[in-house]
Design a protein around this ligand. Sequence first.
Ligand code: ATP
Length: 277
Amino acid sequence: MVSNGDSEQLQQALAGLPLGGMRYFERLGSTMDEAAAWLEQGAPDLALVVAEQQSAGRGRLGRSWFTAPKASLAFSLILRQQASAPPTLWTGLGALAVCEAFEKLYSLQPQIKWPNDVLLNQRKVCGILTEAHWQGEQLLGIVLGIGINLAPSAVPPRQATLFPATCLQEHLPPSAQGLVEVNRFHLLAVILERLLAWRSNLHSKTFIQSWEARLAYRQQTIQIFKALDEQESLLAEGDVEGLNAEGNLIIRLTNGDTQTIAFGEIRLRPLSSNGGL
Ligand code: ATP
């Protein structure tokens, strides 16, 4: 059941944005699935699905994404204009918008663990998932999903994650009463506003530079593992240099050559973590 109060607050917070429609759920399987079904039924550009809680939230490669009631922000945005841009750029768009919202609202310094995670103090606070949907040969659109941990109950137990996790509240100055509650709908509005500001500039140099400026582990050695492989085989190791125009990661190898890492079934880890974070 949707609480009217929350629904109204959400609508008020998003009132100034040119959304193509909105579906808000207190509980849902996955905002990605709901958005995909809506897209197939002809959802307009910028249609939005928001859920307070997901029972089957998804990450990349079929992994699960954990959300908790009132402690997480989980939404999926349908993008139909310029949908043919590569998924890497859409993922970067989501990550950059989240970073800029954190900077603007809370003066934090988030970083992007390429390709799809936002970190606060080296821990994952947000995951981004981009899915392209086709009908035969026709590209229907992109669904851009974003999940953010707001409060401690949204953070999965350490043994349940492959990378250390955190929540936004833990990085905000506490009040005398304890952790300060995040206005999740206002945060959502600012993320969407930043997404809209950048989306017509996905192919611009400024977009890539703004994304690159927030990359985690710059000039540090990272390792790229094949994510689907049980053995986690090492695909590449080098220092993070930056991004190319398609948003692929450029690393510098020990012999001085550069290697371009394409967005795909990979997992990135800082070398210091020994690959097994
Ligand atoms: P990794 O985080 O291991 O580098 P990834 O970025 O590809 O891989 P995602 O697809 O973004 O991973 O997210 C799924 C993974 O994130 C899960 O396998 C789990 O380890 C972790 N996870 C799930 N829920 C949360 C959450 N709420 N906060 C932080 N991490 C989570």
